[in-house]
Design a protein around this ligand. Structure first.
Ligand code: CP3
Length: 343
């Protein structure tokens, strides 16, 4: 019997952790010189994600450097569209460009071929072997709505105008696309769990584009169905949902989707979050990534407020990913501050 407790899993299972746990979205990214070094020697970003030697090394960077409480698999939410047969390109300074699915014929031709991305599972197995006993291994995927946005618009330059128009004008076709993504995400996350992921996170970065009935139909319902299927097979693996910028959508999302914890962005008010959300499930978040760039007293004060307000049923994180201009020393300082903080 192994009695080592993992602080992140403790919170996700509603137990009291031995210290305030912390990890950061995009903790293994461009702000790290070691990452930039590996990146400059690699063919391209997708190749890095799909090469277990490199992806393992990158996943472990923030663990070795800062002793984060979780390692998140180094990969990307757009690997599922890649496995569905779409061409994917990350150009420097431009973000991802994905081949689009403009009509029903192309959507009907999508076919999920897991072997195209199965090196990701090898990365998880390798990371698991090298992880400290207290560190939780987190797997992830994009939520069906957010991944559909990239498949419809191809990139984020037009703020997903076409995807938003499908919500009103082609809801049946959007539903069909989303149902393909639910099936693929179920398989992909299941395989990540089999390979060693101890918790998973569903990133719905563009959830905030929808509200009301549209939010319910295309954010809550697909997430709920994905969670339902995963819980049948893996009832003990916690699932965190991150419907970014959902505002008034957070409350129905946390109640209706079946997720175990909710990650909130930096725009969520802490008093409201404590009263309306943390009373239902544990929370994760929500330091403004810009304050991590600034560092110093302003960062510590804001982090102290979050820790004081949200207490022990909370995993410390940012409201979104670490920004590339973040000084690594600020990350080290934040981790120290959070782990040692007592009310
Ligand atoms: O968090 C981590 O450290 C784990 C790895 C991870 C990446 N992307 C690596 C990455 C995770 C969990 C993601 C999720 C992801 N990818 C999301 C959801 C979270 C969010 O940020 O909203 C989204 C929308 C994507 C799609 C994506 N990938 C975009 C829009 C971009 C370009 C913008 C940016 O921040 O660079 C990426 C590229 C990307 N994904 C990088 C990394 C480390 C940078 C790639 C590079 O080196 O140029």
């Amino acid at each position: 019997m192994n009695n080592i407790r993992k602080p992140i899993l403790d919170v996700l299972r509603r137990q009291i952790p031995e210290h305030n746990p912390i990890w950061l979205m995009r903790q293994a990214g461009r702000y790290l010189p070691e990452y930039r070094d590996i990146r400059s020697k690699s063919k391209n970003f997708v190749n890095m994600c799909l090469t277990p030697e490199l992806a393992t090394e990158i996943t472990l960077l923030p663990i070795r450097k800062f002793d984060m409480d979780a390692a998140i698999l180094f990969a990307d939410i757009l690997l599922i569209p890649l496995a569905l047969g779409l061409a994917l390109d990350f150009r420097d300074g431009e973000g991802p460009v994905l081949q689009t699915t403009p009509n029903e014929k192309i959507i009907d031709a999508l076919s999920y071929q897991e072997e195209k991305i199965s090196s990701v599972f090898e990365t998880l197995r390798r990371v698991k072997l090298q992880l400290p006993e207290k560190t939780t291994l987190i797997g992830f995927c994009g939520a069906p709505w957010t991944v559909a946005c990239y498949m419809i618009d191809g990139h984020s330059r037009n703020s997903f105008a076409l995807s938003k128009s499908w919500v009103k004008e082609r809801p049946e076709l959007l539903k069909k696309l989303i149902s393909i993504l639910i099936d693929a995400s179920e398989k992909y996350l299941g395989a990540q769990i089999e390979a060693g992921a101890e918790a998973v996170q569903i990133f719905d970065s563009w959830a905030g584009l929808l509200s009301g009935i549209d939010f319910s139909r295309f954010v809550i319902e697909p997430t709920k169905e994905l969670v339902r299927r995963l819980k049948i097979k893996y009832p003990l693996v916690p699932i965190t949902g991150f419907p970014r910028q959902a505002r008034e959508g957070y409350a129905p999302y946390i109640r209706q989707t079946g997720i175990d914890a909710l990650s909130i962005d930096q725009f969520a008010n802490l008093d409201d979050a404590k009263r309306d959300l943390q009373s239902v499930k544990p929370l994760q978040g929500n330091l403004d990534p810009a304050l991590l760039v600034k560092g110093g007293e302003e960062m510590r004060n804001a982090a102290g407020q979050i820790l004081t307000k949200l207490g022990s049923q909370h995993i410390f994180n940012l409201g979104h990913g670490v920004l590339p201009e973040t000084p690594p020393e600020h990350v080290a300082e934040l981790v120290r501050f959070v782990k040692e903080f007592h009310v």
